[in-house]
Design a protein around this ligand. Structure first.
Ligand code: GP9
Ligand code: MN
Length: 423
């Protein structure tokens, strides 16, 4: 109801994070290139094989080159919608649903997503993904988000040896995407969704020289190898962007969509990480996924603030010089000095600078033991639940139908058709 919308609007006004005045607009007019790194967790950054070799040397170099922002306390916030939940968080700054996939159950809603917002600034938008368009109901949802084009599996050469598991392997995926990317009208807003590092993390012989791990847990061992393959594919993608000049004109954002290894793998992971067992606090830490943001001409560095996928939208829009105060969103600009110091997980758990709620139990960040200040835990718990609930109200009641941000032209899904390549 409009009553509920007013409540949400007031909440939103009270939680809005003002942008950093120095960084605001530093990427104005630039292209945007998102890369969703399948199942890629943050503990992999700087991880070495027993022989001392880095597992993901390219991403490690981004983390330390000083030109890229690398967020090392950044968390996924996905639920059952996995990759699609991460996409939803990133582009709407709303939480996904408690159950099922919001891409499937709420694709007919009204959204004010980043592709739609950027349309008003002359941007053209496209998604690249080596699986078929109906997976996760993307072909329906992307219309509601305002995506102009969707280069799905039908645009790629899906014959062996290019395919594995869900679709295109990352190396041929990026290689075949380049001409399509280069043909887009600029400025563009694009998203590349990788696939190779998906469970069961299998890599064909000859696709990389990198060995499997040797923990004895096949999933963990293959994860090392397939993450390395993805790392090589990303390096190849960056090289192509540098060669064709897009690198200097584009904000590049890479993020791990959600965890890849689960509690089934914790015994082997404990061995690998050199600890007795994976505690609830460590389980919470393992929900960290890396986030990288490269802005041409802007110095980066390692950023330790606690944040999550919901926070990326305001961070990006502020870099592009678009103030988010008129939009209903639940994130907080990661690069703002006023960035909020907690992140909500979909199940009501959370992490803040001081506290960790893991499986409903509250721990202290400093001692890593059960927290003594129960009141502080409960306070934050209530804040987190309220944040999730407010977002759920927006999504479940389709409240953005009634909301009209200044200067935003409503998205009409029937304006879009993803017909496939013209043969
Ligand atoms: C499939 C890809 C993987 O298109 O997005 O999906 P996931 O299982 O990670 O959600
Ligand atoms: Mn995924």
């Amino acid at each position: 109801s409009s009553n509920n919308l007013t409540k949400v609007e007031n909440y939103r006004k009270a939680t809005y994070t003002t942008p950093d005045p120095v960084l605001f607009g530093k990427a104005k007019g630039m292209n945007v290139i998102f890369v969703s790194m399948e199942s890629f967790q943050n503990f992999m950054i700087d991880l070495k094989m027993p022989n001392g070799e880095l597992v993901t040397p390219f991403l490690d170099s981004l983390a330390h080159d000083g030109d890229t922002f690398y967020f090392d306390h950044f968390y996924h916030q996905t639920g059952q919608g996995k990759t699609s939940d991460a996409e939803f968080l990133m582009e709407n700054s709303l939480y996904p649903l408690n159950q099922g996939s919001v891409f499937i159950s709420k694709a007919q809603n009204t959204y004010q997503a980043t592709p739609g917002i950027l349309k008003g600034y002359g941007y053209n938008s496209a998604v690249f993904h080596g699986n078929y368009k109906t997976f996760w109901n993307r072909n329906v949802m992307y219309k509601s988000l305002g995506y102009d084009q969707f280069f799905d599996a039908s645009y790629y050469n899906l014959t062996p040896p290019n395919i594995k598991n869900f679709g295109m392997k990352d190396k041929p995926f990026f290689a075949e995407s380049m001409p399509m990317l280069e043909n887009l009208k600029q400025p563009f807003y694009t998203k590349f969704i990788t696939l190779s590092n998906h469970f069961p993390f299998e890599i064909d012989q000859g696709d990389t020289n990198f060995p499997k791990g040797n923990t004895g847990d096949w999933a963990v061992d293959q994860y090392m190898q397939s993450a390395h393959y993805m790392d090589e594919a990303l390096q190849q993608f960056f090289d192509s962007l540098k060669k064709d000049g897009l690198y200097d004109k584009s904000v590049i954002i890479l993020y791990g969509d959600h965890y890849g290894l689960s509690s089934n793998n914790y015994p082997a992971m404990a061995k690998m990480l050199g600890v007795k067992q994976i505690t609830p606090v460590m389980d919470s830490n393992l929900q960290q996924v890396p986030l990288f943001i490269h802005v041409p001409g802007v110095k980066g560095g390692v950023e330790h603030q606690v944040g999550g996928e919901v926070d990326v939208r305001p961070t990006l829009l502020h870099l592009l010089g678009i103030d988010t105060k008129d939009y209903i969103e639940f994130g907080s600009d990661l690069l703002s000095p006023q960035h909020r110091n907690w992140v909500a997980f979909r199940n009501g758990d959370y992490v803040s600078t001081d506290l960790i709620m893991s499986s409903g139990k509250c721990y202290s960040v400093t001692t890593r033991n059960l927290a003594t200040d129960q009141k502080a835990c409960n306070n934050l718990s209530n804040k987190v639940k309220n944040d999730l609930q407010m977002s759920d109200t927006v999504v479940n009641q389709d409240l953005l139908r009634f909301y009209h941000p200044n200067g935003f032209k409503p998205i009409n899904p029937s304006d879009y058709q993803y017909l496939g390549p013209t043969k």
